[in-house]
Design a protein. Structure first.
Length: 280
């Protein structure tokens, strides 16, 4: 507004001055040129002012947009920070839980290993005692060995029974008596008596119909002798017949068939402690 007033006053002054004073053409043209210059400067100033206001408005709009984006980013950061803290807390809890479970499993594994070590130690001791007690019968086809953590006492049929019979002879009773002496000293041992035959069919044996019958009845005879005459606890005993289906050698010769006709007494330590631990 000041500039407009000055220009108007200057124009009036020129007009008044022109009416009172006679100017030379040269000075008059100079004054007109000065007026044009002022008008041009004023127009340029107005244009520059409008351009500056537009820039200011655009900058304000950009600033508002950036502030909005900044607020949005801060909100997302706060949310992410909260999620990270929650995840870290949960991860720490899960890690602690897994660590505790791992320690528990390691402890149980050590307990299982200790039980198995004791079982193997007891099995080896039992084998040694049986070998010592039954040493006199090894020439008659008796063997003692460890398989799969169990002690196998194998007695050929000629050591226990007359041919085709299920009645234990005197030599067989002597071997079983020696065996029972050791078994009664080992109350933590389970006893399974298995009857085995060769593959030849049975003829004229009265009530014994086949090899299944023969294997089962011979196993039962051994169990009765050990429990009724030698007083081994019945609850520890099991009698089974395997027939001809688990041979030690092919039934292609008399010697091999003799090996296959046998009684196997399988002795295994009770593993109640181990089973209870596994169930936990």
């Amino acid at each position: 507004m000041k500039k407009i007033g000055l220009l108007a006053a200057f124009a009036l002054f020129i007009t008044a001055f022109s009416s009172c004073v006679i100017l030379s053409p040269k000075k008059y043209k100079a004054l007109l040129a000065k007026q044009d210059s002022l008008n041009t400067g004023w127009t340029e100033s107005q244009l520059k002012n409008e351009s500056l206001e537009q820039r200011i408005a655009r900058l304000k709009a950009d600033t508002a947009s950036l502030n909005g984006q900044l607020a949005d980013l801060r909100s997302k950061y706060t949310e992410m920070d909260g999620n990270y803290a929650k995840l870290r807390s949960n991860s720490s809890s899960e890690i602690n839980k897994l660590s505790a479970d791992l320690k528990k499993r390691e402890q149980r594994l050590k307990e299982v290993e200790e039980i198995l070590r004791k079982r193997d130690e007891a099995t080896n001791q039992l084998k040694a005692k049986l070998q010592e007690a039954l040493l006199g019968f090894t020439k008659n086809g008796l063997t003692v060995e460890i398989k799969n953590g169990k002690v196998y006492v194998s007695l050929t049929d000629k050591l226990l029974f007359p041919s085709g019979s299920i009645i234990i002879d005197e030599k067989g009773k002597q071997a079983l008596t020696q065996l029972a002496t050791v078994l009664k000293q080992q109350p933590e041992i389970n006893i399974a008596v298995e009857g085995h035959t060769d593959s030849q069919k049975i003829n004229n044996l009265g009530q014994i119909k086949d090899n299944w019958d023969l294997s089962v009845l011979r196993a039962t005879s051994v169990v009765r002798f050990l429990t009724e005459e030698q007083k081994v606890e019945s609850v520890r005993m099991t009698a089974t017949g395997k027939g001809e289906y688990q041979p030690l050698a092919p039934n292609t010769s008399a010697e091999n068939r003799s090996k296959n006709r046998r009684i196997e007494i399988v002795l295994s330590p009770k593993l109640d402690e181990l089973y209870d631990l596994i169930k936990q």
